[in-house]
Design a binder for this molecule. Structure first.
Ligand code: ZN
Length: 253
C-alpha cells in the first residue's frame, strides 16, 4: 500500500483545511491526529506511519520495531533529523511530509522493501533520491533495476522561481534541462521533478520504472497545500508506503 495525500477529506480549519497532516504547524494537534486516523483508515494501514523530523539534509533512517535508527549518515552538517525513511519489514510503513518539496516513494519489488523520501531543493542538490536507492541496496540487497519510483505532487517548474545562482548550480549538476538559463532569463525556474528523476537514473533505476504523479502544489489550490503560495501558513501532505514480506533482515525460516 502506498499513496500521496491531497488536502481534502480532513477536519482542520482554514488555513489548514482540511487534511493537514503536519505536526509542526499551528493547527490543533487533535485535528491533525484525526486527519492521520482518517488517512490510516482510508489506506487500510495496520499501524502507524514512521516519519522523521525533516531538516532538508540527506541523512537516511531505517524504521524498525524499536523505532528509527540511522542507516546512512549525512554527507554535510545538518540539523538533527532526516529526510528519508526506509521500511524493510512487512507491515512497516514509512512516510514523509511535504507542501511543495518533492515526496518520492520507492519500492524494491525484489525485496519488498520501501522508502519515503523528502526532496526539496537542498536535499535534491545532495541527490537524496539516489542515496535512498543505494540505502535500499545496502540494507535489503535490493536491485536498483527492480526498484519502482513514484515522484509525487510538488511545486512544478511553472511556479518555482529560484535565484540565478541556484539555477546555475542545478544546471551544472543535472544538466541544462534542470532549470532555465540564468543568462537568458533573470528569473529562472527550477524543475525539481526533473532533478529527482535524474538522480534516480544515475542510481540505476530504469526510466520506465519511474512514474511522475501529476500535480503542481502551487497551481492547484483545491487539491494541495503550498508552502510558497500560502507563505508558510498552510498544511502538509503525507506520502507513505508500506513494506511487504519477505526482507533479508527477517527471512522466512
Ligand atoms: Zn504551478
Amino acid at each position: 500500500m502506498h499513496g500521496f495525500s491531497v488536502r481534502t477529506g480532513g477536519v482542520s480549519p482554514s488555513p489548514y483545511h482540511s487534511l493537514n497532516l503536519g505536526l509542526s504547524t499551528e493547527d490543533a494537534a487533535e485535528a491533525v491526529a484525526e486527519n492521520l486516523r482518517r488517512l490510516g483508515q482510508a489506506a487500510g494501514l495496520a499501524g502507524e506511519i514512521a516519519t522523521a523530523h525533516q531538516v532538508h539534509g540527506d541523512r537516511i533512517l531505517l524504521a524498525g520495531p524499536d523505532g528509527l535508527r540511522e542507516i546512512f549518515p549525512a554527507t554535510e552538517p545538518q540539523a538533527d533529523g532526516a529526510d528519508a525513511v526506509l521500511a524493510l519489514d512487512a507491515g512497516v510503513a514509512a512516510g514523509v511530509r511535504a507542501a511543495d518539496c518533492v515526496p518520492l516513494l520507492l519500492y524494491a519489488e525484489d525485496r519488498g522493501a520501501a522508502a519515503a523520501v523528502h526532496s526539496g531543493w537542498r536535499s535534491s542538490r545532495l541527490s537524496i533520491a539516489a542515496r535512498a536507492v543505494r540505502a535500499l541496496q545496502h540494507a535489503a540487497g535490493a536491485d536498483p533495476r527492480r526498484t519502482l519510483a513514484a515522484v509525487g505532487p510538488c511545486i512544478g517548474r511553472c511556479c518555482y522561481e529560484v535565484s540565478t545562482e541556484l539555477a546555475s548550480l542545478f544546471r551544472a549538476r543535472f544538466g541544462a534541462e534542470a532549470a532555465d538559463d540564468p543568462a537568458a532569463n533573470p528569473k529562472p525556474h527550477l524543475d525539481l521533478r526533473f532533478c529527482v528523476e535524474a538522480a534516480l537514473l544515475q542510481a540505476g533505476v530504469p526510466r520506465d520504472r519511474i512514474e511522475q504523479v501529476e500535480g503542481c502544489t502551487s497551481c492547484d489550490t483545491t487539491s494541495f497545500f503550498s508552502h510558497r503560495r500560502d507563505r508558510g501558513r498552510t498544511g502538509r501532505h503525507l506520502a507513505f508506503i508500506e513494506a511487504r514480506a519477505p526482507s533479508l533482515e527477517q527471512p522466512f525460516l
